[in-house]
Design a protein around this ligand. Structure first.
Ligand SMILES: C[S@@+](CC[C@H](N)C(=O)[O-])C[C@H]1O[C@@H](n2cnc3c(N)ncnc32)[C@H](O)[C@@H]1O
Length: 393
């Protein structure tokens, strides 16, 4: 047997209950499960055994990006089926130190964050909704558009924060700022957003001017670490889709920064992609999509909160909402292919197509989850006695 075929044949021998055809470059076909196949995987050139040993997902992801691997059929459905066997995918993390070493330097993190978010506002406008939200939406109905679901998410978070008119609100990792824009319009809050992305900073500033909200909102190009030395002080803090950039060594630092700028009794809402158990992450995603990103487990964040006298009010999972969000982004992305092609070319398209479809499949399979944790600094005896206020909007 050809050496490069052997590990792949061994891997797929574990795939029970799914039906697909695997075709190698020399024409050999292997049928997995029954016919008719739900999809076909075509591997044009062999994948080197060493690449396979390092990381299955890195090897497959790179083969897909380079056009060496094709999937005939629906990419999401194929990945969704294959991910049922995720326990058979191995990565030798210690052999990939450049991907799994956690950098401590703020400047290095800025470069990593910028490599993703500074691809250009024109690019993100092509496939995000009008609010430019780049995080999990909240589908109250299966008929919700992406815009409606993103607005639902924003209102859901603002309700959880139990905002009172005129309060102050910090958004750590504010993106293009729509959550703060809504908060200023609905609650007349004084909000500060911080981001590491110049493009987001420019985009958010332009929106503040366009909405005439200069008296209420401010955006700063600033690392969360700088909060530790600031004399800012807030009634409420929110962070949506940012904790994934912090890194395992820095959760305490992140929470101590929050503690430093939050008033006693203040509320915090953390919204982040979580995992069941602590994992170093996926090699392909780290190399090509989110360098330096690490998914925190729910329990490791929850276990740290008592160190800061934080009291948990509510935890909610929005896992299935993220599957839906990603599928809608993937559709929008496909509809914008001519423009994306002009901006970045074919390899980028294949890379982002794989990113959006594989992440949707990861949420659907529970490889990752999405949690919102609501907590107070010290006890807060002012909040309503029931949870109804979480669902007012
Ligand atoms: C996935 S985006 C989410 C944006 C926004 N919250 C939303 O829901 O659309 C992550 C955000 O975290 C910010 N970020 C990442 N690392 C950061 C850091 N060290 N300090 C401040 N912001 C950071 C990025 O600049 C980006 O705005």
């Amino acid at each position: 047997m050809n050496m490069q075929k052997a590990p792949i044949k061994e891997l797929i021998s574990n795939f029970k209950g799914i039906n697909f055809t695997l075709q190698f470059g020399d024409g050999e076909c292997v049928q997995v499960g029954n016919t008719p196949s739900d999809f076909k995987v075509i591997l044009k050139e062999p994948i080197h055994t060493l690449d396979f040993i390092l990381s299955y997902t890195l090897a497959f992801g790179e083969a897909y990006m380079n056009g060496n691997l094709e999937i005939e059929g629906n990419l999401y459905e194929a990945l969704d089926a294959i991910l049922k066997f995720k326990n058979h995918f191995h990565t030798h993390f210690h052999l990939l130190p450049e991907l799994f070493h956690t950098s401590t330097s703020a400047s290095h993190q800025k470069k990593q964050v910028s490599s993703h978010y500074d691809l250009g506002n024109d690019f993100y406008k092509l496939w995000l909704d009008e609010t430019m939200s780049y995080s999990c939406a909240y589908f109250k109905s299966s008929l919700d558009t992406l815009y409606e679901a993103q607005m639902n998410k924003i209102h859901h978070i603002l309700s959880k924060l139990n905002l009172q008119k005129g309060q102050s609100l910090l958004d750590i990792g504010c993106g293009w700022g729509h959550l703060l824009i809504e908060a200023a319009k609905l609650y007349k809050v004084h909000g500060v957003g911080i981001t590491l992305s110049q493009e987001q900073y420019d985009g958010f500033n332009a929106r503040i001017q366009a909405e005439n909200l200069q008296d209420y909102l401010e955006v700063k190009l600033m690392d969360y670490r700088e909060l530790a030395n600031s004399d800012l002080c807030f009634d409420r803090i929110v962070s949506v889709g940012m904790l994934e950039h912090v890194g395992r060594n820095h959760y305490k630092l992140f929470l101590s920064c929050i503690d430093h700028v939050l008033k006693d009794g203040g509320l915090v809402l953390l919204h982040y992609i979580s995992s069941q158990i602590e994992s170093p992450g996926d090699a392909w995603i780290k190399k090509y999509i989110f360098p330096g990103g690490v998914i925190p487990s729910l329990r490791e964040i929850v276990s740290l909160l008592p160190n800061y006298h934080d009291y948990i009010i509510d935890i909610e999972s929005l896992r299935r909402h993220y599957t839906q969000t990603l599928l809608m982004w993937a559709d929008n992305f496909e509809n914008a292919l001519p423009q994306v092609h002009k901006m970045f070319g074919e390899k980028f398209i294949r890379m982002w197509r794989m990113y959006l479809a594989s992440c949707a499949a990861c949420f659907n399979n529970g490889v990752v989850d999405l949690h919102q944790i609501l907590f107070t600094k010290g006890v807060n005896n002012e909040l309503p006695m029931t949870r109804d206020y979480l669902y007012t909007k």
